[in-house]
Design a protein around this ligand. Structure first.
Ligand SMILES: [Zn+2]
Length: 311
């Protein structure tokens, strides 16, 4: 395989012109000082002992007499061997030997702990039946600044112990939602161990818990005094399942679209395998939990409570 552009840069850094001259048995004709090599030109084979100069620091060469040309190590090998770039690269790569290349580092998650100023009185939230006081309590609202959360209704995320992780943003721009999804999450967020609202309800798990997809449904449940967590998507990790293990029973209420229905079947099996009692609520087609009335949310919970108390 021909060396890539990146490989050429790497080879120029790793192999010195001095080494090429040494390999070709030419170094003895050069005078060597700290920063340069000076000797007869190995390209036009002239006899001037000062024709060819190599800068050791910059790893570049120049012939001041017949060639009146210069370049880097690739150019030198091309001219010495009368070969193209690719072959010159291979010649130098053989000289360089294998390099131990470290895997590129994964971006580490860094929690964003500063509280943001958000406007909880927003049409998007009102449309979901979320009162400004509720949004404020959940540290959610319209973000008016620039950057990552620009044009989003943001909501603060915490780890299971309640330490802030940063903010998730739901974009209000339909084109952006179409292009790159509705949600913006912090880089490298440990989503597998994050359950939205868990730290606020973890002492109430024994009374049962609603599990929903997004923070809006959690806020709607909270408004009628019922505990809920959001999995921030339609899949669950083993860590998220383990966090829910102390709950006596789970009311699984995902969105009423095809994806939500499929996810409901998968998550039910997953939670049952964690020895949890699970009640699923099938919502009408294309209905999300946040579109239910307060009365419908309570009715779903009452039905769940009745079922989970059966022996
Ligand atoms: Zn020359």
């Amino acid at each position: 395989m021909a060396p890539s552009r990146h490989d050429f840069q790497d080879l120029k850094r790793r192999v010195s012109i001095e080494r090429i001259l040494g390999q070709r048995g030419l170094l003895h004709t050069f005078s060597v000082s700290a920063n340069k090599l000076v000797g007869p030109c190995p390209l036009h084979r002239g006899d001037s002992r000062s024709a060819f100069v190599v800068s050791r620091a910059r790893n570049l060469w120049y012939c001041f007499t017949a060639c009146r040309a210069g370049g880097d190590i690739i150019d030198l090998v091309r001219r010495l061997d009368h070969v193209g770039y690719a072959e010159a690269g291979r010649v130098i790569a053989r000289l360089a030997g294998p390099e131990i290349v470290a895997a590129p580092p994964r971006p580490a998650f860094r929690p964003f702990t500063r509280p943001l100023s958000l406007d909880p009185d927003n049409p998007f939230l009102r449309d979901k039946g979320i009162r400004p006081a509720t949004a404020a309590a959940f540290e959610s609202g319209h973000y008016r600044g620039a950057g990552f959360l620009q044009g989003c209704v943001a909501v603060r995320l915490h780890d299971p112990a309640g330490a802030p992780l940063g903010y998730a943003g739901r974009t209000l721009d339909p084109h952006r939602a179409q292009r790159s999804g509705k949600w913006r999450l912090p880089t490298a967020l440990p989503k597998h161990s994050t359950l939205f609202n868990y730290h606020r309800v973890d002492r109430r798990l024994s009374g049962g818990l609603a599990v929903v997809e997004d923070p809006w449904s959690v806020m709607r449940f909270a408004q009628v005094g019922l505990p809920a967590v959001a999995i921030l998507g339609a899949t669950m990790s083993t860590e998220q399942c383990a966090l829910l293990a102390p709950a006596t029973a789970i009311l699984l209420m995902l969105d009423g679209d095809a994806a939500g229905q499929q996810a409901t079947r998968l998550l039910r099996d997953q939670l049952v395998a964690t020895r949890l009692r699970v009640v699923t609520t099938a919502l009408p087609e294309n209905t999300d939990p946040d579109q239910l009335t307060d009365g419908e949310l309570r009715a779903a919970w009452d039905c769940f409570s009745g079922l989970r108390q059966k022996p």
